[in-house]
Write a protein that binds this ligand. Structure first.
Ligand code: CA
Ligand code: CA
Length: 299
């Protein structure tokens, strides 16, 4: 708790300085808890531990019940060490600060921490805007920043989540000038506040099945089902249907075909053909429940 407070305080000072706002507010000296929800939201429900598929997580802020003008935000979230950070960006759509000029030290990865193995285990993001002459974002609801990760192949399967904490926002002091005191404590043109609800939406990590070729959103989804069958048939390039030796001719196979669906062959390894060997492998791993939960037995 002390560490969180000092980190938040440091950022508050940085934000105040970059605003040109001279604030004498101490790290624990004020601010209000507002009716708002901050969350880490994985876009996909299932993340496959294949080391290559890139998954998106958004840090969102729903301050639609808060009618003062928000001008800046910072947040810190923990990252499981079995995820690999790929990229981060402020969004181009559904951006919380849409229409405001992003300035100063704003960065979706303002700070990060790594463990002894070099894994990023904590990320702090900061957004600072040119707030002079702008009312700020009133009743805002949107994405603060987006982050992308892959899942290491040795990641533990099961429920996982990022750990969101240290969420702080700044908003225009409604009484400034002349009153430098912020409602609920704090002073200056920009007041501090904290969302009253912090959520880390979970996701499920599943082991890679070679037959889990794709899914909704064109990424593996932890289920071997009609999405995968469709992808395999779409990449089909065998000239005959006999899976028995001698190997069937592969008349039309391209690297693109093979990248999609060549998962097996006569020797149980990819053989440069998308054919009945691959179909048999896929059907052997089938785990869809027809007419019900499409992934009922897959995880
Ligand atoms: Ca699938
Ligand atoms: Ca094959």
């Amino acid at each position: 708790m002390n560490t969180q407070t000092s980190t938040s305080g440091l950022l508050a000072v940085v934000l105040a300085l970059s605003h040109g706002v001279c604030s004498s507010q101490s790290p624990a000296g004020g601010g209000i808890r507002i009716p708002a929800v901050a969350q880490t939201l994985p876009l996909e429900r299932v993340w496959v531990a294949d080391g290559t598929t890139v998954y998106q997580m958004d840090v969102r802020l729903d301050a639609s019940q808060f009618s003062e003008g928000i001008t800046n935000a910072d947040w810190t979230f923990g990252v499981p060490p079995y995820l690999t950070f790929v990229n981060a960006a402020f969004p181009t759509m559904d951006f919380f600060f849409e229409g405001m000029e992003i300035v100063g030290l704003s960065n979706p990865v303002f700070q990060s921490q790594t463990d002894v193995d070099g894994n990023i285990i904590s990320i702090t993001g900061v957004i600072n805007t040119e707030s002079a002459g702008h009312p700020g974002i009133l009743n805002g609801d949107g994405i603060l920043a987006s982050y992308w990760f892959t899942v290491k192949t040795d990641a533990p399967v099961g429920k996982s989540q990022f750990t969101l904490n240290n969420v702080a926002i700044g908003y225009h002091n409604p009484n400034f000038p002349p009153d430098i005191n912020c409602p609920g404590g704090g002073v200056g043109a920009i007041c501090d506040a904290w969302p009253d609800t912090i959520e880390s939406i979970p996701f499920t990590i599943v082991a890679l099945s070679p037959a889990d070729l794709t899914g909704p959103g064109n990424v593996p989804d932890g289920c071997v089902d009609a999405f995968d069958l469709g992808a395999m048939l779409g990449a089909w390039c065998s000239g005959v249907s006999d899976p028995n030796p001698p190997s069937p001719p592969c008349e039309n196979c391209t690297p693109a075909n093979l990248a999609v669906a060549d998962i097996s062959g006569a020797a149980m390894v990819p053989d440069g053909c998308v054919d009945a060997f691959d179909l048999a492998n896929l059907l052997a791993e089938w785990c869809s429940v027809a007419g019900g939960n499409p992934c009922g037995t897959c995880f």
